[in-house]
Write a protein that binds this ligand. Structure first.
Ligand SMILES: Cc1cc2nc3c(=O)[nH]c(=O)nc-3n(C[C@H](O)[C@H](O)[C@H](O)COP(=O)(O)OP(=O)(O)OC[C@H]3O[C@@H](n4cnc5c(N)ncnc54)[C@H](O)[C@@H]3O)c2cc1C
Length: 326
C-alpha cells in the first residue's frame, strides 16, 4: 500500500494509522497537540452506544463490528506495548428506558438480551476500556509499527491541485502523500472547508475515588452514567453542551454529577471530586462520516463519531482502509 497522511491523533486517527500500517502503508500522523489528549481522552470508554435504539443502524453496525474485535485488540496492544487498556466486561445496568416500546421492539429485532436486575436491566456483555490507557497503548503501538508521529504541529490547509488532494500545509512544512485522511475530531470542519458540518458538543465529566466493588457495573440512568474502573475510581458523566470550543468547567455541574451518583449509591456520600474536565465530541449532521471526499480525489474523512468514537473506532478504521484499498 502507498503513503498515507493521517490528520489527528485521537482514537480515530491512531486506530486508522494502525490499521493502515498493518496493511503495509507508510503512514505519517500529525496532531496539533500531543496525541490522545482531546475528546478521546475526555470520554468514558463505554464500548456501546448508551441506549442503542436511539442510534441509527449504521452506528450500531459500526459498534457491533468493533465490539467483536475489541477484546483481541486490547490484548494485542498489551502484548506489543506492555500498556494495559483495561478492557473489562463490567456489564451495563440500565435503570430507565429499557422497557419502552421502542427499546423492546429494537431488542426483539436485534436479539439483544438483558438479565432482569432489582434496579433495572443488566446488559452483561457490555464492556469498557480505560481510554487514556488505550490511547497511550495505541501511540506506543503505532510508533513500534513505524508510523511517523508528528506532534504539536497544526495542519493549516490541504494542498489541492486539479481536484486532487496531494498533502497538507503546516506552519513549518508541507507534507505530501498518496492519500490524506482527516481524523481531526470536532475541528474537522475547518480543514474540509465545510463550515458547521462537524461541530463540538462539550461534555463535562468528574472522577471520584471509591473502593473497588462498590459500583459493580456501569450504571446508566436518565442519560447519565457511572463507570467503575478496576482500581475503584468512578467516572461520572456527562453533559451535552452546544457552546462551541469553550473549555471551562462548572462547579455546579460537578456537584450535580456527584449528587447523581450519591442518589443511587448512598455509600458515596463522603466522596470528593478528584478531577473534573470537559471534552469536545465531534458531532455531525450525518450520524458519522466515514467516506471518500465527494469532490477531492485521494482525500478521506473519518470523523463525526459524536458520543461513540471510542466504541466505533476499530471498524471505522477498517472501513477507511477498505476504501483506500479500493
Ligand atoms: C465527556 C465525554 C464522554 C464520552 N464517552 C464516550 C464513551 O463512553 N464511549 C464512546 O465510544 N465515546 C465516548 N465519547 C465520544 C468519544 O470520546 C469521541 O467520539 C471520540 O473520542 C472522537 O475521537 P476523534 O479521534 O475523532 O477525536 P479527538 O479525540 O478529539 O481527536 C482529534 C485530534 O485531532 C487533532 N487536530 C484537530 N485539528 C487539527 C489540525 N488542524 N491539525 C492537526 N491536528 C488536529 C486534535 O488535537 C485531536 O488530538 C465521549 C466524549 C466525551 C467528551
Amino acid at each position: 500500500m502507498s503513503d498515507c497522511l493521517v490528520i489527528g491523533g485521537g482514537v480515530i486517527g491512531m486506530m486508522s494509522a494502525r490499521t493502515l500500517a498493518m496493511a503495509g502503508a507508510k503512514v505519517t500522523l500529525i496532531d496539533q497537540r500531543a496525541c490522545g489528549k482531546e475528546s478521546s481522552w475526555a470520554g468514558g470508554g463505554i464500548i456501546s452506544p448508551l441506549y442503542p435504539w436511539q442510534y441509527s443502524d449504521l452506528v450500531n453496525e459500526l459498534s457491533r463490528a468493533s465490539q467483536a474485535v475489541y477484546g483481541d485488540l486490547c490484548a494485542a496492544l498489551l502484548d506489543n506495548t506492555g500498556i494495559d487498556p483495561e478492557y473489562i466486561h463490567s456489564g451495563l445496568l440500565m435503570m430507565d428506558e429499557y422497557n419502552t416500546p421502542e427499546a423492546q421492539e429494537w431488542m426483539d429485532k436485534h436479539r439483544f438480551d438483558f438479565q432482569s436486575h432489582p434496579q433495572g436491566a443488566l446488559f452483561a456483555n457490555i464492556a469498557q476500556v480505560r481510554n487514556p490507557r488505550l490511547l497511550k497503548a495505541l501511540k506506543a503501538d503505532i510508533f513500534k509499527r513505524g508510523v511517523k508521529i508528528v506532534e504539536y504541529t497544526k495542519v493549516n490547509q490541504l494542498i489541492t491541485e486539479n481536484s486532487t488532494t496531494l498533502g497538507v500545509v503546516t506552519d513549518n512544512k508541507k507534507y505530501y502523500a498518496d492519500h490524506t485522511i482527516v481524523c481531526s475530531g470536532a475541528w474537522s470542519s475547518s480543514l474540509l472547508d465545510a463550515k458547521n458540518t462537524i461541530y463540538p458538543i462539550k461534555g463535562q465529566m468528574i472522577v471520584i475515588k471509591s473502593k473497588a466493588g462498590v459500583v459493580e457495573h456501569i450504571v446508566l440512568d436518565q442519560g447519565r452514567y457511572i463507570i467503575p474502573r478496576k482500581d475503584g475510581q468512578l467516572l461520572i458523566g456527562s453533559t451535552m453542551e452546544d457552546v462551541g470550543f469553550e473549555r471551562s468547567i462548572d462547579a455546579q455541574v460537578g456537584a450535580d454529577l456527584l449528587a447523581f451518583a450519591v442518589a443511587r449509591f448512598p455509600q458515596l456520600k463522603d466522596a470528593n471530586i478528584e478531577h473534573h474536565w470537559a471534552g469536545f465530541r465531534p458531532a455531525s449532521k450525518a450520524d458519522v462520516m466515514i467516506e471518500k471526499h465527494p469532490q477531492l480525489a485521494h482525500l478521506y474523512i473519518n470523523t463525526g463519531h459524536f458520543r461513540n468514537g471510542l466504541n466505533m473506532a476499530p471498524e471505522s478504521a477498517n472501513r477507511i482502509k477498505q476504501m483506500i484499498e479500493g
